[in-house]
Design a protein around this ligand. Sequence first.
Ligand SMILES: C[S@@+](CC[C@H](N)C(=O)[O-])C[C@H]1O[C@@H](n2cnc3c(N)ncnc32)[C@H](O)[C@@H]1O
Ligand SMILES: [Zn+2]
Length: 398
Amino acid sequence: MPPDAPALKLIEIAEGKIRLRIPDLSYYGGERAEPAWAPVFYNPAMRVSRDLSVAIVEAYARLAGRGSIRVCEPLSATGVRGLRYAAEVAAVKEVVLNDRNPLAYKLASANAGLNGLGDRVSVHNREARALLAEFAEKRERFDVVDIDPFGTPAPFVEPALLALKHGGLLMVTATDLAPLFGVKPRSCLRKYFAKPVASEFSKEVGARILAAFIVREAAKLGLAARPVYTFLSRHSLRLALVVERSKSKAYRAVTRVGYVVYCPRCLYRSLEGEPPKEAKCPLCGGEVVVGGPLWVDDLWDREFAQAVLEAYRERGYMSADGLKVAKLIAVEAGKPPLYTTVASLAKLATLKEEPSPSKLVERLSSLARTASLTHFDPKGLRTDLQPRELARLLAAGL
Ligand SMILES: C[S@@+](CC[C@H](N)C(=O)[O-])C[C@H]1O[C@@H](n2cnc3c(N)ncnc32)[C@H](O)[C@@H]1O
Ligand SMILES: [Zn+2]
């Protein structure tokens, strides 16, 4: 039975298909209050991320053919994420919530009761890694584990992997974007053992560094992790990976961890299996920078990306912002890696005005070139051309 609602200053809101009691932010910090100031964390801006995550769990249930799914959300705060999975994805039959903050534990329990989900949702008040290890040890593993921490997910990845069933889905949030995107490279090296690259595509590099970290954490346990969906929504980067118990697949996965080579002068970029022997750019002879180790394979499974879009569309109540992301991703999945931006192309081609990214994509497609926009950056585009070639075409009036 859920304990009584805690002595907090609460307001009631609705998100997705659930009602939720959350701390009254205006009481805890006034108008400019940060969600982290409240005694239990709830960030309304992360609704888009939760909408997309609901669609991801639905897509997973369908594609994996799982009609009865157990989810664990070991860093659940108010419980909003896990409760939404229970209320909005028919295949989700059981959810385990947890938070080491006793106030969060009480609030999540009250929120489960408020939505009549008390019989399918259990709430724990433990350290997340200890809880995951205990479920793994008892062989009560999960179909889905969703790690949604403050900052880096790195400390939670191994116990989450161990608590997953064969073929399960691991979802991970990282909000430590400064390290992953190359603003704090020392912190990236410490947490992810990788060197980021400050460039116009640094967001994708961050996603690839996080993916490689998870793939390697999995491989050492004899598990093969494969990214099926990746998105960036405001300050939160999310990855969803299917994890199989297979040493041979785990080996193959680590062979897909490599390096990015980038020339800051002509913007040449390439993903490579090995670090380059020459530090010279093959196009302009300039000095290249090398980042990684990072994931050099797909960040999306195309079928999965389509299924997420469908699941999102079926839920008319979800945010328009999330739909926009799901649509962009359904198209960018399978397109060339390492996007460029119209800002850097305009600079390279010494154009006075930046071209419109969508018009440029249209032009390239009409010339039978592979091209798409990217959800990572409103000015970004993916093409199979190196920026120097594209800049030449632009200068010639493409
Ligand atoms: C970013 S919040 C979770 C937000 C929530 N998933 C959502 O969608 O609104 C992270 C939560 O993890 C909890 N936490 C942090 N470290 C923990 C640990 N080692 N074990 C259990 N809970 C922890 C914090 O108390 C906090 O409530
Ligand atoms: Zn170059």
